[in-house]
Structure formats: C-alpha cells, structure tokens
Design a protein around this ligand. Sequence first.
Ligand code: FES
Length: 62
Amino acid sequence: MRKVLKSDQRPFEIKPQQESVWVCMCGLSKNQPFCDGSHKTTRDEENGKTYEYDAEGHRHEV
Ligand code: FES
C-alpha cells in the first residue's frame, strides 16, 4: 500500500476516446491522472506494508 497525496479538489473529465485511456491508480505518475509507467517501481513492494515515495521517487516504509 502507498500513501497518496492528492491536491486537486475536483474531478478530471476524460472525454470519450477511440483508444484506451489508462488512469494512474498507484499515485506515482508524474502525468496525473494518467499512467506514465511509474507503477513499475511498486512491483517489489511487500504485502501488508505501507510505503511513501519522495519527490525523487525514493521509497520509504512507514
Ligand atoms: S498506475 Fe500509476 S503510473 Fe501506472
């Protein structure tokens, strides 16, 4: 699990697309709300632990 800090206070509209749109669910994308592939850094997170990531992408267990 990751602690995710969100600052927007309103929804983000995704208009109808001809191709799939991938919305970030890990909280690490630098292109929110869209996935930018940053979720790959979570692959070795251990179940049952909580992590936070700093601005440089360094992981810390909390
Ligand atoms: S799901 Fe968050 S970057 Fe891909």
